[in-house]
Design a protein around this ligand. Structure first.
Ligand code: FES
Length: 117
């Protein structure tokens, strides 16, 4: 296994697990796009912080280890996401580090494209 490969599993609301991998520095949105993960409507704004469709839910332990706290713009967008939790982040704002290898993130049952509001 290459040094910069980071394994990430997406878990659908149904419980189905989708195993993927990305590279250090990729965002979780990049991982979804590069692996052609079939998540309806995910990443609609292509990472420009205007949609909230890339909402992902982290385990508390993983959430606390994330290198950056959400910025104001991300928090504003998260406010518009459905099924918001205390450990929600926007996938386009999370860049993979080697520490994240084996990460499991939950995809909320419903996504909200804030641009449609
Ligand atoms: Fe739109 Fe992340 S892809 S906010």
């Amino acid at each position: 296994q290459q040094q910069d490969v980071v394994n990430v599993t997406f878990v659908r609301a149904s419980g189905e697990k989708i195993k993927t991998s990305g590279k250090v520095g990729d965002s979780l949105l990049d991982v979804v796009v590069n692996n052609n993960v079939d998540l309806d409507g995910f990443g609609a704004c292509e990472g420009t912080l205007t949609c909230s469709t890339c909402h992902l839910i982290f385990k508390t332990s993983d959430y606390e280890k994330l290198p950056d706290k959400p910025g104001d713009e991300e928090l504003d967008m998260l406010d518009l996401a459905y099924d918001l939790t205390d450990t929600s982040r926007l996938g386009c704002q999370i860049n993979l580090t080697k520490d994240m290898d084996g990460l499991e993130v939950h995809v909320p049952a419903t996504i909200n494209d804030a641009r449609a509001a």
